[in-house]
Design a protein around this ligand. Structure first.
Ligand SMILES: Cc1cc2nc3c(=O)[nH]c(=O)nc-3n(C[C@H](O)[C@H](O)[C@H](O)COP(=O)(O)OP(=O)(O)OC[C@H]3O[C@@H](n4cnc5c(N)ncnc54)[C@H](O)[C@@H]3O)c2cc1C
Length: 336
């Protein structure tokens, strides 16, 4: 276990606001978690690519940094990959592609850790974590014990899971079990992959995902950001029909329950926010759903931008935009 005190939050969030963290505790094993005691509910953090520190933080920040993986053959076609939470997600995808194991290649280049992946059920290019997740290993702070949560009990949804609801703040994920296939299992329907040959190799798909993502999204190492800032809103079918009658170009994707998902990027762009800045914080010029910190951005500027976007979208369309990114106050609670 390693404890760092009174340090800058800049390396712990890809949005790079200059807050101070009272302490960051890194755990290398479950035994270390078992010996940990805290009066305050800790803030669990992976690599900070979905987290913004809006204020100095007094609550301890806890990270599970062990990153080993093991492979077990389940049947002639499938393998189980048991990966510890501290493993970097993209490096795991890269490794599975090298091993010709199918299932998560469409999720290449998503920043962050394996431990955070089940929390918002990361997804991209027609695939989400839930498609290959078998279980999540979770250490419960109060019960002081490990539990294995089968995927069926993780309540995975669109950018959602039990870890954002009943289990939020209750513990820390230590490992994830993934079922991958040794036989090709291509998902090519999504725009950007739909021109690939129906027998495309896993390497081709992986490279194409990286190429498309790199052309659209800013690299957080170069321009600070946390990816998509808002979730794509889902509206009732009737509301969508009425909106479509007024705004003929409004895209919408019908969901299994007949509701309609509307791209937040379209709503934000229509309101003129593409490339718009409030000081050093703004909507990215190529993809307005991504909010960026041009360098010296402040929490006040970010608040101004979010408020303006949410108000304008709501006033025009009657649709509420909900942040996908976690913004933390001084006590480690969500800001909005
Ligand atoms: C450029 C860019 C592109 C992105 N593209 C996508 C995308 O295509 N699809 C997508 O879904 N997301 C995307 N994201 C968001 C981000 O990559 C994911 O949310 C990722 O899972 C965050 O990982 P992290 O380790 O950085 O999480 P953090 O920001 O550290 O934490 C995120 C959440 O997970 C929780 N958490 C982290 N580790 C653990 C743990 N061990 N146990 C319990 N809870 C934990 C935290 O408490 C927090 O609630 C993108 C982000 C960026 C910057």
């Amino acid at each position: 276990m390693r404890t760092l005190t009174n340090i800058s939050a800049v390396p712990y969030s890809t949005f790079r606001f200059n807050a101070q963290l009272a302490s960051v505790i890194e755990f290398g094993s479950v035994a270390e978690l078992e010996s940990f005691d805290s009066d305050t509910t800790p803030v669990v953090l992976g690599e900070g690519s979905n987290t913004i520190f809006m204020q100095d933080l007094s609550a301890p920040v806890c990270r599970f940094v062990a990153d080993s993986k093991t492979v077990t053959h389940l049947d002639p076609q499938h393998v189980l990959i048991h990966v510890e939470a501290g493993h970097n997600w993209h490096q795991l995808v890269n490794w599975t592609v090298e091993q010709q194991l199918w299932g998560i290649e469409n999720l290449a280049l998503i920043p962050g850790s394996v431990g955070a992946a089940p929390v918002q059920n990361i997804g991209a290019y027609g695939v989400e974590l839930a498609d290959s997740c078998l279980y999540v290993d979770f250490y419960h702070w109060q019960q002081r014990k490990m539990q294995r949560i089968a995927a069926g009990r993780c309540k995975f949804g669109y950018r959602d899971s039990v870890f954002k609801h009943a289990l939020t703040g209750k513990g820390i994920i230590t490992a994830v079990g993934l079922c991958l296939s040794q036989q090709p299992a291509r998902v090519l329907a999504y725009k950007g992959l739909d021109h690939l040959a129906s027998d495309a190799t896993i390497d081709t798909i992986f490279s194409q995902v990286i190429a498309v993502r790199s052309s659209k999204l800013p690299d957080p190492e170069v321009l600070a950001n946390c990816g998509s800032f808002f979730k794509n809103p889902v509206v009732a079918k009737q509301q969508y029909i009425e909106l479509k009658a007024k705004y003929a170009d409004m895209p919408g994707f019908t969901q299994a329950d007949d509701s309609v998902k509307v791209p937040a990027a379209w709503l934000i762009e229509q309101q003129g926010f593409k490339g718009k800045r409030y000081g050093d914080v703004g909507c990215y010029k190529l993809q307005p759903l991504v909010v960026v910190n041009h360098g010296a951005g402040t929490p006040a500027e970010l608040e101004q931008l979010i408020t303006a976007v949410q108000q304008q979208v709501f006033t025009t369309y009657g649709i509420e935009l909900e942040p996908e990114v976690r913004m933390l106050n001084s006590a480690g609670q969500s800001f909005r």
